[in-house]
Design a protein around this ligand. Sequence first.
Ligand code: FMN
Length: 240
Amino acid sequence: MLFTLLIAKYYNYLLLLVPLHFKFVNDIMTKPILEKLQWRYATKKFDRNKDLSEEKLQILKESFNLTATSYGLQPLKMVVISNPELKQKLVPLTMQQAQVNDASHVLVLCTETEMNSDFIEKHFNRVEATRNTPKEILEPFEDYLKVTFSEKEPEIIKQWMSKQAYLAMGNLLTVCAMEDIDACPIEGFEPEKYDELLELDKLGLQSVLVLAVGYRAEDDFFASLAKVRRGVDDVIIEFN
Ligand SMILES: Cc1cc2nc3c(=O)[nH]c(=O)nc-3n(C[C@H](O)[C@H](O)[C@H](O)COP(=O)(O)O)c2cc1C
């Protein structure tokens, strides 16, 4: 009773504390995110004896699938490699970067070799089934995309798909940081040779990017190096 009376009496003063409360919540929410992003680095030496749990791996698979893509078309697939012999074979195809052998898993981000009407149709069938959206509402956009993609040069479509793979990579890097998983994004590899080794053409895929994931070795020299970044003031332009 006394407590209620006190709240009623000082209600207006308590309201003044609300912005402070939000600032506090904001601080404790954003600080860990920035700390995690500071913690992550392109891991050069992985601990060969530490593997990702199935649970962590599942988080990465789902995060990959939840990546936003242009038109929502998801022209991507991810190959997950943990087989030791296969990982070893990747080293010479990856400019001798040992990360692909030592990491717990090697994720190969791939794009479809083709973006045709059939692929687009399957996407819209999923939208229809998932959201119960009537076909006649979806059809104009579906037809537009089929025409648009049929008119584009294959090289332009390839570039567009590759951009989606980079988005997935960015998403995975952040998720890894949040989940205390170490990762090394890798562009330094021979895509044609990966495609050949993994027989990706049989799956209608081509490799675009590699992400080695696992846990850093205690003696990875790169872990202790300070981050090198342009100043925030240098890279942000504000129009207020
Ligand atoms: C698309 C992309 C490709 C990269 N390729 C490689 C690579 O082949 N090998 C490597 O050791 N690091 C690679 N890196 C890591 C970058 O060198 C690294 O992210 C950058 O120097 C910033 O350092 P930090 O990630 O440790 O903060 C790549 C990064 C990106 C985003």
